[in-house]
Design a protein around this ligand. Sequence first.
Ligand code: LFR
Length: 492
Amino acid sequence: MKNTSFFAVDLGATSGRTILGMVKEGSIELRELTRFQNNLIEVNGHFYWDIYALYHEIINGLNQVSKEKIPIASIGVDTWGVDFVCVGKDGEILRNPYSYRDPHTIGLPEELFKRIPREDIYQMTGIQIMNFNSLYQLAAMKKNSSSVLPVTDKILFTPDALSYMLTGEIVTEYTIASTSQLINPIKKEFEPVLLELLELPRKTFGKLVYPGTKVGILSKSVQMQTGLSSVPVIAVAGHDTASAVAAVPAPDKNFAYLSSGTWSLMGIELEQPFINEESFKMNFTNEGGVEGTTRFMKTICGMWLLERCRKEWAMVADYSYTDLIEAAMKAPAFRSLINPDASCFANPVSMIEAIKHYCKTTEQAVPETYGEITRCIFESLALIYRYTLENLKRVAPFSIERLHVIGGGSKNNLLNSFTANALGIKVVAGPSEATAIGNIMLQAKAAGVVSSIQQMREMICASIDVNVFEPVEKDIWDEGYVAFLKVFRENI
Ligand code: LFR
């Protein structure tokens, strides 16, 4: 196997990176080239992403490669899900895209369910009902007489939009499209009933392609700006979670995964979608994975809770994650618990106040110090993971023997041990760079350097170190779980 380098762009809701992946001799090596912030921009009550700033950061990363004369075989972009860019007939981006944190979708699902019942929408798409899914974003734009929608010729999901800005070519990659709640996972096509509801012709979206498809080559303009030649851009698993799941270092199928970052995505890998009354009641999602697999999982609010608190604490003191973890370890156990998924935590003015208010309303001790608040977040996350695992265990067609925690959150050893204790199974933590690794591996597959997801996973197992956490303190965590279920409220 010859050494080949690939360029991955991995964009999360709070930060982004460009990464160089070197695949050689059955192993993979990563080097971060650039890291930058992704800012949620609020203007007159709406929340946007700056798609031009993100594109500019990709150009910066490519310039770095060019300066160092590193030959890259291809480029791949992955991002968070559901958001999209509208493009006019002249090929121009019509305005910066809304962020899924924009409140314009609040109440939208319930309005749509008056026209198509909730059960039917779930049955058609198999996607967890969350008010920010593209389906409801588009319905909100329509309801608010968006000036953009009537002049929209094409809708591009974020990774496809960036690939378009790099190449001028349009595709709709399947894993990212599946997050929209517009795709029927059985037919693997946009659902005509939902397109009709939104009055959008099928041609508003590009041709559906699967991870590993070439989108095009760098446009002349990008070549001029970077000094690179006609490097191909590959549609990887454009949804960050799909790229991350592809990189789970699992030797067999008996596992659940938890992709831990701003969000916690917890699920199992299935050969087929699992859509029935039970999955509907559990409100589990069936998103597209690599090689035709289904990511049967739950989207849980993750490190967002702490990220937002940290921003508030930064006004008075700059606590590092190590500071927060140390303080949490010293704080009393199971004193205050929250449902991380309650709607009050979606985008509150103050996360600290929202957490305190939740605890007060549920008649618990109100956490005051940063250690207490951090502990409340970690314990509550571990306990909601248990709730989710119990649901997964009921329906999984295999026994779940361990949980693989991947993504940035897998570096949090305190949360990893809480999770192992809460779940009562072994937790295998790492790689923290799973998304970038999956992105690079899919480019390597497109280049013919690796042949299958299984081979990819074997290479990842050989290249990275993982940390294993065995469960302890069963009785204490069982009691904690009972306390959690008592205060588990949807809306506060
Ligand atoms: C994670 C993620 C989740 C999706 C959320 C919003 O980064 O992609 O899978 O539900 O962001 O798009």
